[in-house]
Design a protein around this ligand. Sequence first.
Ligand code: NAD
Length: 250
Amino acid sequence: MAVVTGGGSGIGRAIARKFADHGAAIRVVDVNLEDAEATCQQITSTGGNASAHRCDVTDQQQVKAFFQQIFERERLSILVNNAGVSHIGTVESTTEEDFDRVVRVNVKGLYHCMQACVGHMKAKGGGVILNMASIAGSAGLPDRFAYSMSKGAVIAMTYSVARDYLSDNIRCNCISPARVHTPFVDGYLRKTYPGREPEMFEKLSKAQPIGRMAEPDEVASLALFLCSDEAAFITGSDYPLDGGFFNLRG
Ligand code: NAD
């Protein structure tokens, strides 16, 4: 069984669907229950096994309670920490409130979920954890002060957990996508460039050397591989899915 956080939208929904298509039972966790249910509906309507759960990953007690009731019934083999929020701003324009919100979701949310799960995975002989980072975690992008900080922390936590649980047969990796066309991006364009969405969509697409954004399903394909036994030798890695962003600019 696999848990996907933030599975009610975008990349998380694509991962939940892809894993279900390959036979996994999926527990879709999201702060927005309606969206989680919509993901599950898509899975169950084609014969898959999925259930939706409202859980705010920023709340440690909620996270503990959610996983406890899951562990009473079934074995968790895969945890995908995908829930995340974005923020635009420099160090000067980022308020303390915004900074704390990004930390609570993107950093503490992962800590809460991984802390709740590793004991269970150890006791059951192992497991796989996959975290959603971003190219912003290791490249200097403009106006991404808090977001970059949070994704840098995701990469560091990934390495730390991978190291500490090597002998417990728990693999831990992360994916660092460049822009992926999801509601995350559409919302950003609506808010930041009202009336100029198509023009800015084009501009953001061209920011990837490959000339377009990734599709959520492309992230899901890499996630499926990294969580499968085919990737048994891979742990402590940050996988770019970047359309050439890191190596092919200029
Ligand atoms: P999205 O906004 O479409 O989906 C995020 C989901 O997380 C939503 O369903 C939301 O309800 C859920 N969520 C937010 N806060 C939560 C909380 N406190 N508890 C539980 N669920 C919560 O975003 P997306 O584009 O699919 O992004 C998914 C992940 O991929 C994020 O971590 C994001 O930082 C990362 N990412 C996205 C892009 C991109 O271009 N879209 C690029 C790199 C990395």
